[in-house]
Ligand binder design. Structure first.
Ligand code: ATP
Length: 236
């Protein structure tokens, strides 16, 4: 469904993403594992139309080329980004934040139905629909960010380090919720440093080191992979 080829991002002389390519199928969770500075955020921003990639990159969704389109057109086409740091609006309620996500025409037509699905997957948001987001915990704000992206009715969700700053128990809850989003047929691409939890919930993964893909496999294969164990799991 989603195909990426030859994605390269440069900031001046600095090569942040180097000829990266991968695919995500409907109803699949794919994780890109990378340490600080591996290029995870740059990769997602370039896919979402927030950073301009080098010429030659190809991003397709259902065969339709989307490379280099502005962010709102990428969202309209069916790709939604949950940014690092969440990007929620603190001085608005949970429900107002969620409704902000329903911008594409096809999402507006199904807004109430999608809102009900978001509240079903995140009951905490239903309980707190009238609460100001800035008074919520980090984990709850992350749920708002995911819910808002779901409101655009995406075919693919891109998540930038969703576990960052969350207590381990909340990370587990969040990934279980993401698995329910996957079960609705959405494809998820998650970039993460948190290897154990993301591989536990992902179907497949890629290793991203210094902007390049250096390995790939099923979650089971990557868990057993020496390079992954050395780089992320302390070799244990
Ligand atoms: P982290 O986990 O620390 O957020 P990351 O894997 O998401 O890291 P990126 O944020 O994509 O990595 O950054 C990749 C490299 O590109 C880093 O060396 C970073 O310093 C550099 N970089 C990122 N954004 C810019 C920018 N706007 N201008 C210059 N260099 C940048």
């Amino acid at each position: 469904m989603l195909e990426l080829e030859n994605m390269t991002v440069r900031y001046g002389k600095h090569l942040a993403v180097d000829q990266v390519g991968f695919s995500v199928a409907p109803g699949e969770i794919v994780v890109a594992l990378g340490a600080n500075g591996a290029g995870k955020s740059s990769l997602l921003k370039a896919m979402a139309g927030m950073v301009r990639p080098e010429a030659g990159a190809v991003l397709r969704l259902h065969g339709k080329p989307l490379t280099g389109l502005p962010a709102h057109e990428v969202t309209n086409a069916g790709i939604a980004l949950v940014p690092e740091g969440r990007g929620v609006v603190g001085r608005m309620t949970v429900e107002e934040n969620l409704r902000l996500g329903a911008t594409p025409a096809r999402a507006r037509a199904r807004e109430e139905e999608t809102l009900a699905r978001v509240f079903d997957i995140f009951p905490r948001l239903a309980e707190r629909r009238s609460q100001w987001v800035r008074t919520m915990s980090g984990g709850e704000q992350q749920m708002v960010a995911v819910g808002r992206a779901m409101m655009s009715c995406p075919d693919v969700l891109l998540l930038d380090e969703p576990s960052l700053g969350l207590a381990p128990i909340l990370v587990g809850d969040l990934f279980r919720a993401l698995a329910r989003v996957r079960d609705t047929g959405v494809g998820l691409l998650i970039v993460e440093q948190n290897v154990r939890i993301s591989l536990r919930h992902a179907d497949r993964g890629y290793l991203l080191e210094a902007g390049r893909i250096t390995g790939s496999g099923t979650s089971d294969e990557l868990m057993k992979d020496n390079a992954v164990r050395q780089a992320f799991l302390g070799g244990d």
